[in-house]
Ligand binder design. Sequence first.
Ligand code: SF4
Length: 105
Amino acid sequence: MIKKKFKPMCIEGNPLTEMAVTNRNQLLPCCYIDHPIHIQNPTIKKLAEASDLSKHSIDEILQSKEWVGLNKSLQEAIESGDTSKVPKPCVYSCSQEQRREEWGK
Ligand code: SF4
């Protein structure tokens, strides 16, 4: 089995991804999590609900506990390699097969 490595594109992948605004006027850290299944994940759902641009400024959203918490879990996973506290949609979307990453060098 090929080992997968977690590499969150919103932090390490620049310019592979950018923040996104959904058609529900919610700011998200990327478009990958704006998916009918991913958006039902409890952490991602709360993040999206806290990111309503008609209620909050971009600064307020980026400083909300939902965004700070997600960024913290992503940073910790980069440092430790442990993705157990990372929302599953992020692990799914941003894990690369080790081999493919080596080919991409
Ligand atoms: S799926 Fe998660 S980790 Fe990947 S770019 Fe989007 S928010 Fe970041």
